[in-house]
Design a protein around this ligand. Sequence first.
Ligand SMILES: Nc1ncnc2c1ncn2[C@@H]1O[C@H](COP(=O)(O)OP(=O)(O)O)[C@@H](O)[C@H]1O
Ligand SMILES: [Mg+2]
Length: 197
Amino acid sequence: MLLKAENVSFAYNPKKPILENVTFEVASGEVVGLVAPSGFGKSTLGKVLAGFLEPKEGTVTIDGAPLPKKCFSPVQLIFQHPEKAVNPKWKMKKILNEAWTPSSADIEKMGIQPSWLNRWPSELSGGELQRFCVLRALSPETKFLICDEMTTMLDVITQAQIWQVVLEYAKENDMGVVVISHEKKLIEHLCTRVVNL
Ligand SMILES: Nc1ncnc2c1ncn2[C@@H]1O[C@H](COP(=O)(O)OP(=O)(O)O)[C@@H](O)[C@H]1O
Ligand SMILES: [Mg+2]
């Protein structure tokens, strides 16, 4: 499968275009790095690729067809700040199982302790919470994962554990991954290809 943004333009303010005629693609099984200085529109492109933002011009397609408007998108976006991506009034078990039901083996592999499932999001550290957000996105229906500074806020051990699970899952399921990061070393280590926006 191929996720492709073709000749995409986007502006929050019509006088200040952010993306101009950008073409970017990621195929199943690829791990593509997306780099650019801060403010250049990496997160914006991530949101366009995942269908969160509609491009003003150009198209986003999977194998030539527009992104499906289903409830669970085959393109999943993971943010830098997990606390902004969860409902603070839901317990972790409900949050994790919203879209699919990971097995206890999946939960263990992601380093989630069963007792955390009964906690509120505010009762977990950023790294613990991000493990939930990542596992929640790894549904069998996920074909592409956009990781926007996914582990930037986390300590190196948590960072390594989460990436190991994601890359293993991507390999087993032939998923395409986009790694948005300003950490050059991380990109060099993880990616099969790097695109400079
Ligand atoms: N919702 C928004 N409304 C207005 N401007 C925004 C919005 N989100 C981002 N921007 C601006 O768009 C530009 C690109 O942002 P972003 O895509 O987050 O860049 P990056 O991820 O590369 O740092 C920045 O100048 C940012 O201030
Ligand atoms: Mg960003």
